[in-house]
Design a protein around this ligand. Structure first.
Ligand SMILES: Nc1nc2c(ncn2[C@@H]2O[C@H](COP(=O)(O)OP(=O)(O)OP(=O)(O)O)[C@@H](O)[C@H]2O)c(=O)[nH]1
Ligand SMILES: [Mg+2]
Length: 420
């Protein structure tokens, strides 16, 4: 089964908690603070593995959660950071944010990587909060929560050469003749419903990747016959081999040729810029031989290279391979990479207050993170949080909105009573 789109959930590991500890020394009843920091949570990382060619694994596994970092320990020992959670994806995987639809990454080459969800940093141990005022801080930070989101993976095939043409033209037959791939071949349209890839060996150790793309029909650019899905895969090929059924038994070969090209431009003018070689197929049939001179003349005078072949007998295969390699050697090996949104350092609003009924809701990445990292059972830690809120101007903003002592304030998953 060929799967070229998947939606998955990724969550980075939470950071490990910092710890509260004090040194124990002979004759010293209470030594200095010595609580170590927690370790960093695991990043969830997508990495290209060229041995994969579909997104099928993601049909069965949808949730990916990184491990949390280890908690800190006494004697200033830091918790160990968690190892990244690596998810393998095939070359040509475009990553989008499921909510906004924005392209986050386009992973093309073997080893390309993208951090889909960052792990949280470890919380600081009490040893880190020593100051001239606090010689023996009795609180520590909790680990930062890991990032989480839903992402969409979309495969945009990468192949050197794409076989295009109407259904039944013989594309799959040619792929099976030239490569070790064994696509389904049958005498009815739309036998092939998803692209098949094969490697063509051209001798001298060189090779190219050939993609058999499902048949196109009139209206493909509007999505007819699943046209959109198929046309997308043509975008990242360097050369097209246009397969014509020369017998004309289903439709006139010249009409077929121009109809398909018409669909290509309507989808994107970039597709028509791709060099095309014409494989005049089914030349074993007498009707095909009859049509050949007329088709050859018209297409050659339009500037196309026309090669007579037969997928049935294997005639012309060597010539076709040679012409393809020759043409490829003149086309630079660049791939159209998707434009990825560049994240500048956006000035994020530090916090937002919304009053609904009697409750004040405070939101904002930074504020929510500060609360999540505070040990709310620890008075000193809570005091420190209050102080930070005051410094950020949250107190003043709440007062401005008319808050009274005893009113409820909600931040992230936590609820507080407001006190002066
Ligand atoms: N006589 C003859 N028949 C051929 C030749 N090449 C393919 N065929 C036949 O044409 C029919 C369609 O071949 P496929 O290779 O499945 O065609 P396709 O272009 O992949 O078709 P779709 O997958 O439906 O788009 C099959 O019955 C093949 O056996 C050829 O060179 N000569
Ligand atoms: Mg086919």
């Amino acid at each position: 089964m060929f799967i070229d789109r998947a939606k998955i959930y990724v969550k980075g590991g939470d950071g490990g908690n910092g710890v509260v500890a004090f040194r124990r020394e002979k004759y010293v009843p209470r030594g200095g603070p010595s609580g170590g920091d927690g370790g960093k949570g695991a990043d969830v990382v997508l990495v290209v593995d060229s041995s994969l060619s579909t997104l099928i694994d993601f049909k069965y596994k949808v949730h990916y959660k990184g491990k949390r970092g280890e908690h800190g320990q006494g004697s200033n020992r830091f918790g160990r950071s968690a190892e990244d959670l690596v998810i393998k994806v095939p070359p040509g995987t475009v990553v989008k944010d499921a909510e906004s639809g924005e392209i986050l990454a386009d992973l093309v080459e073997d080893g390309d990587r993208f951090v889909a969800a960052k792990g949280g940093r470890g919380g600081r141990g009490n040893a880190r909060f020593v100051s001239s005022v606090h010689r023996a801080p009795d609180f520590a930070e909790k680990g930062e929560p890991g990032e989480e989101r839903w992402i969409i993976l979309e495969l945009k095939l990468i192949a050197d050469v794409g076989l295009i043409g109407f259904p039944n033209a013989g594309k799959s037959t040619l792929l099976s003749r030239m490569t070790a791939a064994r696509p389904k071949i049958a005498d009815y349209p739309f036998t092939t419903l998803s692209p098949n890839l094969g490697v063509v060996e051209t001798g001298h150790g060189s090779s190219f990747v050939l993609a058999d793309i499902p048949g196109l029909i009139e209206g493909a650019h509007e999505g007819q016959g699943l046209g959109h899905e198929f046309l997308r895969h043509i975008e990242r090929t360097r050369l097209l081999v246009h397969v014509l059924d020369m017998s004309g038994l289903e439709r006139d070969p010249l009409e077929a040729f121009f109809a398909i090209n018409d669909e290509l431009v309507k989808y994107s003018d970039k597709l028509l810029d791709k060099p095309q070689i014409v494989a005049a197929n089914k030349m074993d049939l007498p009707e095909a031989r009859e049509n050949y001179p007329r088709v050859k003349e018209t297409l050659e005078s339009a500037g196309y290279d026309v090669i007579p072949v037969s997928g049935a007998t294997g005639e012309g295969m060597k010539e076709l391979k040679n012409r393809i390699s020759e043409a490829l050697s003149k086309i630079p090996k660049t791939i159209a990479i998707e434009q990825v949104k560049q994240y500048g350092i956006e000035e994020e609003e530090p916090f937002k207050i919304e009053k609904r009924g009697d409750i004040y809701y405070i939101s904002g990445k930074r504020v929510e993170r500060m609360v999540a990292m505070t040990d709310l059972d620890n008075d000193s830690a809570v005091k420190r949080l209050q102080l930070s809120f005051k410094r950020m101007g949250i107190d003043d903003a709440l007062k401005e909105q008319g808050i009274n002592p005893g009113d409820t304030v909600v931040i992230g998953d936590f609820e507080f009573y407001y006190v002066e």
